[in-house]
Design a protein around this ligand. Sequence first.
Ligand code: PNS
Length: 169
Amino acid sequence: MSVAIYPGSFDPITYGHLDIVERAARVFDRVVLAVLQNPRKAALFGEAERVEVIGRAIAEELPADVAGRVSIVRFDGLTVDAARRHGAEFVVRGLRAVSDFETELQMAHFNQKLAPEIDTVFFMTALEHGYLSSSLVKEIARFGGDVSAMVPPGVAARLRASDERGPRL
Ligand code: PNS
């Protein structure tokens, strides 16, 4: 059985992430979406909130046969350690543009050095989602812009609510 881990901050999850999850779940038997509290980035949503929102988005937005093969976990520490814990031989990441490539290649190389048995597989982001980034979605929402084409409804609602209660820094 092939297992892939899809690590990320997902703060918040966007339609771009969901597209990657769906395509990865058509290639691998199981996809473990792993939510990191990234110490280098101030998160708007707490991990528990992100996991809840992601679970709902996957159930509502993806076909049932695909959603059934995706699990969601939280993790701290190294991606490769989380991969080993969950029996994943592959790390999945999405690439939007050449600008992503340099950082992603470096991460893939580090991960390869740390865990040679784990391979990184890149999915090219779908054309219609190429412009999406969680940071810009948060910025647009903060200034009252419409993010309904960028994130699932549950996320858009949370973004509106978080705007009312102020940023979590
Ligand atoms: O959504 P992001 O913030 O682009 O995801 C980055 C992530 C979570 C994939 C990366 O920061 C990561 O793997 N962090 C875990 C720590 C780790 O393993 N670092 C070494 C990888 S080079």
